[in-house]
Design a binder for this molecule. Structure first.
Ligand SMILES: [Zn+2]
Length: 163
């Protein structure tokens, strides 16, 4: 609330190692969460507008090898002392219940990043033998269904026999 009173904007990099809950789903806790947090009042409510992003190392769920994924989250919280106020705040806000005097910025950012994690993380490109073989089979099938390619192949085969 002090930051709200001061109308402070904080920009910074927070070490991933501090995000213990997030680290449980990561292969490495090296790196940073980059965040911008704007505290202030908006339409009479104490609010926190924030944007956080991080490059995370996770496991590809197809080939089980490590892969990087960039996760970005943004939110606009109305900081409230009581759940009674949840109904009153404008739609543009999400309610955030303050507990005690000190609120951990890491906790708030961590909640948001956990929510923003993709449900399924897989490499963009074909990465497992299964997928690569599937693509090869599809390409072969496409070639085989091309009549001119088939004729050309037949002609070449006949030429070879003739030689
Ligand atoms: Zn993969």
């Amino acid at each position: 609330m002090r930051l709200v009173e001061l109308n402070r904007t904080i920009e910074g990099d927070y070490p991933l190692a501090k995000f213990e809950r997030l680290a449980e789903v990561l292969l490495s806790n090296e790196g940073y969460v980059t965040a911008k947090l704007e505290f202030g009042y908006s339409v009479g409510y104490a609010c926190l507008k924030a944007r956080a992003s991080a490059k995370l190392l996770v496991r590809c769920q197809r080939c089980l090898e490590p892969m990087e994924t960039v996760v970005t989250g943004s939110f606009k919280f109305a900081l409230l002392d009581s759940e009674d106020d949840f109904e009153l705040i404008p739609d543009e806000f999400e309610p955030y219940l303050l507990e005690g005097d000190e609120q951990s910025i890491i906790d708030i950012l961590e909640d948001e990043l956990l929510l923003s994690l993709p449900m399924v993380t897989v490499h963009d490109e074909a990465c497992s033998d299964f997928i690569i073989n599937q693509q090869k089979a599809a390409a072969a099938e496409k070639e085989a269904s091309h009549p001119f390619a088939a004729l050309k192949a037949l002609k070449e085969e006949l030429d070879n026999k003739a030689n």
